[in-house]
Write a protein that binds this ligand. Structure first.
Ligand code: NAD
Ligand code: UGA
Length: 458
């Protein structure tokens, strides 16, 4: 079958795989190819066990793969064939040189730009899908036009707003799709081409366009605002613990104000995930580069509160368990950075585990999807760690349970039975406020929620 258009995505990760699978599903008239330098990842995309866990993803990939969705390592050939190229490579925080620990590491992204330039023989629309510092498109334009081989490139910014765990729903029915372009006739024409692709399934009024710098910046700002709400509620959770106020009641009262809304007000052990921290640090770095130190300090506070919340959780455990954790066995319920994913990047569970090991506690870690990643994340640590799939088995013989991830399954467990198998006094630290605290207390547990008075038997 002759396809209407050839779409390529460079980077077959958490964003590239699902977003392209969705385009392939919704647009059978396009040929969609996803390439990556990592042959193992591509092999997994072509197998029965996809490289990432995302509810609903298997079905979509299996429905389109081999029909109009292809995963490959032949990057140059795919570039040559493509009309539209999405770039969805990783843009982690820089770990070396100027801006280390703050700025975005653009090496993968720049290599891609150069490879596109070298392999292209026909005009292409290049779409920034990765999250990038504002003004990156300018650098991309300069790299792509640095040789006079006459190939025309139009650069667009189309940041991705999907969240892991709800990725398929987010892609199928996004709040908005944002497309930024140069406001020149060519830029506007290219942006129209991308609007046409999304209009295959996204209502037209949800596809918004802007100038390219607004688009790049909007992505960083969206993540910064979302993370800021979590840090705000977490900051207040510490005040609740001192004053006998209850964070759930406060969040409900605040969230019923329609100007504020009730989403993203769940107090927790802190936010994790590969992007919030990285994108805020990137924003902070940008502000400092432009001499806006007050603005940088303001956003930096969001990350500082998040670090404080994780450490506060560990110190609460230490204090509650008689100021020593040495030799105590602690069961972590969950290791993923949120429910419904196996992703553990920047998971607060990593920090908590390392700190508990420093205190010489022994760990038993359970998670329905993230045990393999947990093993990798903690591979360099010293101390005793067991990985156990069944949460009831994992808790047996432990002094405490600490809830790290809000997996629904944890709220349904038989805690009476679990209590009987644990050492006494038995503790529960609910880092996600998902359990029935009164019931746990009645069973005999000493219960420590986030942002609520503890329920203790002593
Ligand atoms: P990821 O690490 O899962 O995937 C990136 C992939 O790019 C990797 O498989 C890597 O091998 C590949 N890659 C790197 N350099 C390459 C090159 N030169 N050629 C071909 N492939 C190359 O990352 P991700 O989570 O998919 O994130 C990608 C981008 O999207 C980041 O900028 C991130 O900030 C942004 N983002 C992520 C999410 C999310 O939910 N994870 C959501 C929105 C935006
Ligand atoms: C987030 C954004 O929600 C997406 O819009 C964005 O595209 C993505 O980052 C990205 O750029 O990577 P994600 O990190 O996948 O998505 O997941 P979120 O649902 O935002 O959760 C992030 C963290 O905040 C998790 O650790 C979660 O448990 C925590 N969280 C969330 C809370 O602690 N409290 C809340 O009320 C909500």
């Amino acid at each position: 079958m002759a396809f209407e258009k050839s779409i390529l995505c460079i980077g077959a990760g958490y964003v590239g795989g699902p977003t392209m699978a969705m385009i392939a599903r919704k647009c059978p008239q396009y040929r969609v190819t996803v390439v990556d330098t990592n042959p193992k990842r591509i092999a997994a995309w072509n197998s029965d066990t996809l490289p990432i866990y995302e509810p609903g993803l298997d079905e979509i990939v299996k429905g389109a793969r081999g029909r109009n969705l292809f995963f490959s390592t032949r990057i140059d050939a795919a570039i040559q064939e493509a009309d539209v190229i999405f770039v969805s490579v990783n843009t982690p925080t820089k770990t070396f040189g100027a801006g280390a620990g703050m700025a975005a590491d653009l090496q993968y992204w720049e290599k891609t730009a150069r490879q596109i330039r070298e392999a292209s023989q026909s005009p292409k629309i290049i779409v920034e899908k990765s999250t990038l510092p504002v003004k990156t498109a300018l650098a991309m334009e300069r790299i792509l036009t640095a040789t006079a081989n006459g190939v025309r490139f139009d650069i667009l910014s189309n940041p991705e707003f999907m969240a892991e765990g709800t990725g398929i729903k987010d892609l199928e029915s996004p709040d908005r799709v944002l497309i930024g372009s140069r406001e020149t006739p060519d830029g506007i024409r290219a942006r129209g081409e991308l609007v046409k692709i999304y209009a295959n399934w996204v209502p037209r009024e949800r596809i918004i366009t802007s100038n390219i710098w607004s688009s790049e910046l909007s992505k960083l700002v969206s993540n910064a605002f979302l993370a800021q709400r979590i840090s705000s509620i977490n900051a207040i959770s510490s005040l609740c613990e001192k004053t006998e106020a209850n964070i759930t009641e406060v969040a409900r009262a605040v969230g019923m104000d329609s100007r504020l809304g009730d989403k993203f007000l769940n107090a927790s052990i802190g936010f994790g995930g590969s992007c919030f921290k990285k994108d805020i640090l990137n924003l902070v770095y940008l502000c400092r580069q432009y001499g806006l130190d007050e603005v940088a300090d303001y956003w930096d506070g969001v990350v500082r509160i998040n670090d404080y919340q994780k450490e506060r959780f560990v110190l609460n455990m230490l204090r509650a368990m008689f100021n020593t954790l040495a030799g105590k066995r602690i069961c972590l319920f969950g290791f993923a950075f949120k429910a419904n994913t196996g992703d553990t990047r920047e998971s607060p569970a990593i920090y908590v585990s390392r700190r508990l090991l420093e205190e010489r506690a022994e760990l038993v870690i359970t998670d329905p999807r993230a045990l393999a990643n947990a093993g990798v994340d903690l591979a360099d640590t010293k101390g005793e760690i067991a990985f156990v799939e069944d949460p009831c088995e994992a808790a047996a013989g432990c002094d405490a349970i600490a809830v790290m991830t809000e997996w629904g399954i944890y709220a349904t467990l038989d805690f009476k039975k679990i209590y009987e198998t644990m050492r006494k006094p038995a503790f529960i630290f609910d880092g996600r406020n998902i359990l029935d605290h009164q019931n746990l207390f009645r069973i005999g547990f000493n219960v420590f929620p986030v942002g609520k008075p503890p329920l203790t038997h002593f």
